[in-house]
Design a protein around this ligand. Sequence first.
Ligand SMILES: Cc1cc2nc3c(=O)[nH]c(=O)nc-3n(C[C@H](O)[C@H](O)[C@H](O)COP(=O)(O)OP(=O)(O)OC[C@H]3O[C@@H](n4cnc5c(N)ncnc54)[C@H](O)[C@@H]3O)c2cc1C
Length: 455
Amino acid sequence: MDNGTASRRVVIVGSGFGGLFAAKALKRARVEVILVSRTTHHLFQPLLYQVATGILSEGEIAPATREVLRGQHNARVLLGDVIGLDLATRTVTSDLLGETTITPYDYLIVAAGATQDYFGNRHFVDHAPGMKTIEDALELRSCIFGAFELAEAATDPAEIDRLLTFVVIGAGPTGVEMAGQISELARRTLPGVYRNIDPRAAHVVLLDAAPTVLASFGNKLSGKTARHLRKIGVELRLCARVVDVDATGVEVEDLQGRRRIPSLCKIWAAGVAASPLGAQLAAQSGAKVDRAGRVQVQADLTLPGYPRVFVVGDMVSFPGLPGVAQVAIQGGRYAANQIARDCAGLPTGQPFRYHDKGNMATVSRSYAVASIGPLRIAGFGAWLLWLVVHLIYLVGFKNRFTTLVDWAVAFIGRGRSERTVITQHVLSRNAARPRRNTHDDSPTASRQHAPTPKR
Ligand SMILES: Cc1cc2nc3c(=O)[nH]c(=O)nc-3n(C[C@H](O)[C@H](O)[C@H](O)COP(=O)(O)OP(=O)(O)OC[C@H]3O[C@@H](n4cnc5c(N)ncnc54)[C@H](O)[C@@H]3O)c2cc1C
C-alpha cells in the first residue's frame, strides 16, 4: 500500500456492465485503474438477439473498450483471460495466447458475469449454442440464415421441414425475444427471396419446463406474452423438459410422453451459471456459492474478511438482486464509490442499495412488455419505451445513430442488413471452445505487470 500521495491500483475483471461502469465511475478518483478482460469489447447483451437475427451488426452492440475509455487517463485496458485470483498475494493472473501476466492490486472488483448452464449435459453445447457472447450470436446468425439456404437447396419434404424448424429452449426474456424475432424474420423479411421454399412455412417452437413464459414478469404479462407469441406464429410447448439434444433434433418429455422434434437450428436460452472465478474467490475467502455458482457477498458487496475485494453483477448472490444489467451497473458504480471514499479517508461499508428500475422484454416488432414498479404495460407503448431505454444505455453516439438507422430499416421497412453467413462463424467457436473457462493452461511465458509510470 502506498503512503497516500501515490495513487493506488484498482484492478477490475470484466468489461461488461459491472466492470465498465465501475471503471468509468473511477474517472475522477486518485487511483490507477487496470481493466482486465478476455474480450476487446464491452458487450451490450440485451441486443445480442438482434445480431443473431440480422438486424444489428456486432460492432453496434460491442464497442471497443479501449475506445470507450480513451479519454480516461487513469485507466488502462489489459486483454487476457483471468485464470487466477490470489487474495493472499493480492494478484490477478491473466493469460493471453499462452503468455501469463500477473497484476498486483490494492483494490479488486470482480465482474466476470455468467456463462450458459447446460445443467450437466455437456454435449448439448455442441448442438444448441447459447446466447451470451458475440461468438454465440454470429454462430446463431449463420445457423438461422444457413437453415433457410439449406432448405432452398433440399428436395426431401421431411428434410425441408426439419431445416425450417427452429427450437428455442427456455422461455425467459432471451428465449421469448429470439423466438419472436425468428418468426418475424420468416414471415416478414424473407418471403419473396427464395424460389423453392416459402419461409412462412418455418416452424418456431419455444420450449420450457415451466408452465408459463416470462415467469418473472407475473401472471398478467406472462399470459399476454403467450397470446402474442401464438398470434405471430410461435408454437409454445410448456411443461416440456428437454432430455436430449443432438445434431438432427431435440428429445422432449412432457405430459404426453417422450417425443422428438427434428430440427437443425436449436438455441439454448435456459440456464445461467456464474463465472468459475466465483468459486475461486469463495474457496479462498470462505464465502458460500449458490447452485448457480454465484458468490454470497456481504451487504457492501465485499468478500467476508476482504474489505477491498468487491464482487458485482451476475456473479453475485444476494437477496433481492436479479441477474440484470442495472444490478451490475449500480453494483459497479457503488464499488467504485466505496474505493474512492476509502482513498479519500472517508468512512466506507454502507450497504449497497439496489434501485429497481423495472424489467422489459420485446416479443416482436411493436410489441413489448414492461414491469415498472406497480405498472404492467404490454403492447406498442411498452415497445417504444423499450426502444428508448435501450438506445440510452447503448455506449457511444455512433452506435446509437447507426442502431437507430438499422431499427428503422427493420421495423418501419422489412429489411435486415446483417445477413452475411460465413462458415467460419460456426467453425471458430468450436476451435475456441477447449480453451474457454479452463484454468489449467500451461503458460509458455510469464511476466509481472509493472506499475504504470505517473503521468
Ligand atoms: C441475451 C441476453 C439478454 C439480456 N437482456 C437483458 C435485458 O433486456 N435487460 C437487463 O437488464 N438485463 C439483460 N440481460 C442480463 C445482463 O446483460 C446481465 O445481467 C449483465 O450483463 C451482467 O453484467 P456483468 O458485468 O455482471 O457481466 P457481463 O456483462 O456478462 O460481463 C462480464 C465480463 O467479464 C469478462 N470475463 C468473463 N470471464 C472472464 C475471465 N475469466 N477473464 C477475463 N474476463 C472475463 C467478459 O468478457 C465480460 O466482459 C441479458 C443477458 C443476456 C445474455
